[in-house]
Each structure stands twice: as structure tokens, then as C-alpha cells.
Design a binder for this molecule. Structure first.
Ligand code: HSE
Length: 298
């Protein structure tokens, strides 16, 4: 018995929602093959595309899968093979795709004993291994699809958010690696009240805009006063890319997860493609190679 799945890349934070907002990219992701085997436990048999540890306890898919199995009395085990398309350290949820994919597939093969919310809890163990902090803003959209909000971490409460029908993401990944743990270390641990007020105004505005399909409101709300000013220094030509996106008609632009990928949201595919071209133009000029993705948000 085996199951082959696609597990999506994700954009976390979405400008104003550090550690709480995220969305799934349906056109970018990894493939995983999960096999049921007699031997108990989890074995990572093969990873294609990236150089990542096969040791179950050092692999995010392995750790997440073990967290799930620990809450079952399963008398058999699983082998996992990963075809890794998402580069680690790219800012589009590489570790989350593996963790979420592993627990989702195993849950299916066990006859779905766990809810999506419980799967998020298991997948977060993979994030703990990868980044030191078990954040859920990548694994939640990977498991629920579309836009998600982590309303609370304790207790864990995930809310799936409406996605307007014409919303597209353009994502550019300049080929440098930024480790999430490093990008978290440089952050300040307290926020001045004045900045917090602007930030939560935007979070509310963004959620409202997503439900009412008010693209202008979505655009006005896509600003980050707290994290972006600090992290953008890690990303070459960030300001130029952002300016080009806005000039080309994007609703907003920001750092995808902990970077270095940069995302922009647009109304309509045509604009999203032009915005992608505008992103490319900057890195072509500076001579930094990149990957680019355009994806409808579902
Ligand atoms: N919210 C996390 C961070 C996402 O920005 O550190 C990491 O991809």
C-alpha cells in the first residue's frame, strides 16, 4: 500500500501577520511517496533534488511523522521518499512542505484518525527541528490550503480564511540561502505600542479585505512595520524589487516567510505575470540568478 502526494510551498507572514498568516501556493511544491511497511516506525529511504539528512530524527518529515505515530497504537510503519523541488532556506516553506506532507499522507493511510488541526500540531514538530521554533504559519496553509490564520498558539487555533477569486501571487527566489533561525535571531523581542497599533490595524484590514474581496483594502493592508525593516537588509535589492512591483500594479509586496524570497499579491493573472517580470528585471540588472513562480491562490 502506498500513496503519492503533492505537498505545496507556502508564503508565511504575508507582510503584517508575522507567525500568524500564511497561504499555500498550488503550483510549487514537492512530491512525496509514502509506503506502508511491516517494520514499525519511520524510515526516510530517499531524497531526490536536495542534500538533506536521511536520519529520521534529523529529518523534518521523519520527526513530524513520529510525532503523529506516537499518538497511535500502529503495529506497522512507513517509508518516505521525497522529491524535493523547494530549496531549503528559500523562504517558501521547504521544511513545512515535508512535515505537512508526511503527516497528511500517513493520516490518509491510517483512515484519517486525526483532524487537520491535529496534523498541524504534529507538523509543527518538524518546524521546531528546522528553525528552533514550532511556528505554524507555513504548515497550516500547507495542510488546510488557501489562506490561513493562526488565531492562537496556546491553545492551537487555526482559521481558514476566504480567498478572493482573482488573487494571484508572484514569488521570486534570489539564489541565496537565508536560514530562518538566523532571520529570527536578528528580530527585536519587543514592539513599541505605536507600531503594534499600525500592525494590528493592517491584520484586521487584510482579513476584512479577503472576505469582502476588496482588493484596494487588501493592498492598503499589506504593510509590515515591524519585521520587514529589519529583515530586508538580508535580501539584496529588496527595496528596488518592492518598488518595481508596486509601480507595476501589485496590491502589495513583502518578504516571503523569513526570506530571501519576495512575494507580491496582484488582482488577476495578467498583472501577476507583469509583476513577476518587474521582479526579474531587478535581479537581471544586479546579476543574481533566481527562480520565479506565479500562482493562483485557492
Ligand atoms: N513566521 C516564520 C518567520 C516563517 O518568519 O520566521 C518562517 O518561514
Amino acid at each position: 500500500e502506498q500513496l503519492k502526494i503533492f505537498t505545496p510551498a507556502t508564503i508565511a507572514n504575508i507582510s503584517c501577520g508575522f507567525d500568524v498568516l500564511g497561504l499555500a501556493l498550488d503550483t510549487v511544491g514537492d512530491e512525496m511517496l509514502i509506503k506502508k511497511v511491516a517494520k514499525k516506525g519511520v524510515t526516510i529511504t530517499k531524497i531526490i533534488g536536495q542534500d538533506l539528512p536521511l536520519d529520521t530524527h534529523k529529518n523534518v518529515a521523519g520527526v513530524a511523522a513520529l510525532a503523529l505515530l506516537a499518538e497511535t497504537d500502529c503495529e506497522f510503519g512507513f517509508e518516505i521518499e521525497i522529491n524535493k523541488q523547494i530549496k531549503p532556506g528559500s523562504g517558501i516553506g521547504s521544511s513545512a512542505a515535508s512535515s505537512a506532507g508526511a503527516v497528511w499522507a500517513i493520516n490518509e493511510m491510517l483512515g484519517k484518525p486525526f483532524s487537520n488541526l491535529e496534523l498541524v500540531r504534529f507538523a509543527m514538530e518538524g518546524e521546531r527541528l528546522a528553525t528552533g521554533v514550532p511556528h505554524a504559519d507555513n504548515v497550516a496553509p500547507a495542510l488546510f490550503g488557501g489562506f490561513t490564520l493562526v488565531r492562537s498558539y496556546q491553545p492551537l487555533d487555526i482559521v481558514k480564511i476566504n480567498t478572493p477569486s482573482q488573487l494571484f501571487a508572484s514569488v521570486i527566489h534570489p539564489q541565496i540561502e537565508v536560514k530562518t533561525s538566523d532571520a529570527r535571531e536578528i528580530l527585536k523581542t519587543s514592539v513599541p505600542l505605536k507600531e503594534a497599533i499600525k500592525q494590528w490595524g493592517n491584520v484586521g484590514g487584510l482579513i476584512s479585505g479577503l472576505y469582502t474581496e476588496d482588493y484596494d483594502l487588501i493592498g492598503r493592508s499589506l504593510e509590515d512595520f515591524i519585521i520587514e525593516p529589519i529583515r530586508s537588509i538580508l535580501i539584496p535589492a529588496f527595496d528596488a524589487v518592492k518598488q518595481n512591483c508596486i509601480n507595476t500594479g501589485a496590491l502589495g509586496c513583502g518578504i516571503s516567510g523569513s526570506g530571501p524570497s519576495i512575494f507580491a499579491l496582484s488582482k488577476g493573472e495578467e498583472t501577476a505575470i507583469k509583476v513577476g517580470e518587474a521582479m526579474k528585471a531587478v535581479y537581471d540588472k544586479v546579476g543574481i540568478p533566481y527562480d520565479i513562480h506565479i500562482s493562483k491562490i485557492n
